[in-house]
Design a protein around this ligand. Structure first.
Ligand code: MG
Length: 304
């Protein structure tokens, strides 16, 4: 539960002294932050005061009338909607995927909840976009993150992926995975609700929702942002966890194949795929067959 009120400067100062004990480090742009029972109260210099948690209503009523409530939040429509100011300090579920451009290996989507209180801890782990981290760094960081952050991973291994891609296009499949991962994280953190959900944008929001038609769609307070990992650490954390699970899956597939399976979709991939074909191994269990690499690998295998 979250409510926001707008107060004048005098009231803001009054609140600051009223909540003088148990204050925490305020986020950028805020005068104070305090945890009062189950409620976190953040007073911004702009006069905006945010109440989050349980018991919000009774605490709010001491100071004024709420101007906005998360329950009334609007459905995001703009493709590149700007995120609200201070978004990076909010309690957010971030969602990101890996493996969509890689011939071998699974499609992996992770959603993870990072509360305002956890942001600093996550930042201190040295988290950033998973693309800039080495594999061992990813593994080490992910193992730490999953000890204290609520998360859910949807990992579609190639065998299953190839069945599903008969029915859905890849964008649709991604949307289904994000929606499922988000559903599960929301369940895990109940009755708490995030202030927002941020999906690393891979398609226009209208297309995303069209892909999910017929599903039970998570849309409350959902935002989309390309390079989402720069907008909130929850997306960066999701990216790290997704890559970790994907790496583990690649190790498993590599062990199974008896040959190191490269990532990406380049020439090295075609060569290895051709080798698997010649050895009579079913490509469908290792690779995303709808990629053009399948024909290229077949041609290589046939010529030799
Ligand atoms: Mg992404």
């Amino acid at each position: 539960m979250q409510e926001v009120i707008k107060v004048n400067n005098a009231t803001l100062k009054q609140m600051n002294s009223h909540y003088a004990s148990n204050q925490q480090v305020p986020p950028v742009g805020a005068l104070f932050r305090v945890k009062q029972g189950g409620t976190i109260i953040t007073g911004y210099n702009s006069g905006k005061v945010m109440f989050q948690g349980t018991n919000v209503t009774s605490e709010v009523s001491k100071w004024g009338k709420p101007t906005t409530s998360t329950n009334k939040a609007s459905f995001p429509k703009a493709t590149n909607s700007t995120l609200p100011s201070g978004f990076d300090t909010w309690s957010v579920i971030g969602s990101d995927e890996v493996g969509t451009g890689s011939y071998f290996g699974p499609l992996t989507v992770a959603s993870v909840y990072v509360t305002s209180e956890n942001i600093e801890t996550v930042r201190k782990l040295g988290i950033q976009d998973s693309k800039k981290l080495t594999d061992p760094e990813i593994v080490k960081m992910a193992k730490q993150l999953i000890t204290f952050l609520p998360y859910h991973v949807v990992n579609i291994m190639p065998t299953k992926y190839n069945q599903m891609i008969e029915k859905y296009n890849q964008g649709q499949l991604k949307a289904l995975c994000h929606n499922l991962a988000l559903t599960n994280v929301l369940k895990k953190i109940q009755p708490e609700k995030p202030q927002a959900i941020l999906i690393d944008q891979f398609v226009a929001p209208s297309t995303y929702y069209r892909y999910l038609k017929g599903q039970s769609i998570i849309h409350e307070n959902v935002y989309f942002q390309t390079k989402g990992e720069q907008a909130h650490l929850a997306v960066a954390a999701a990216s790290v966890i997704a890559r970790y699970v994907s790496l583990e899956a690649m190790d498993e597939l590599t062990a199974n194949a008896g040959i190191t399976l490269p990532i990406g979709a380049g020439n090295a991939v075609d060569q290895i795929a051709a080798k698997l074909i010649r050895q009579g191994k079913p490509l469908a269990d290792y690779a995303k067959l709808h990629f053009a690499n399948t024909q290229k690998a077949q041609a290589i295998a046939d010529n030799k």
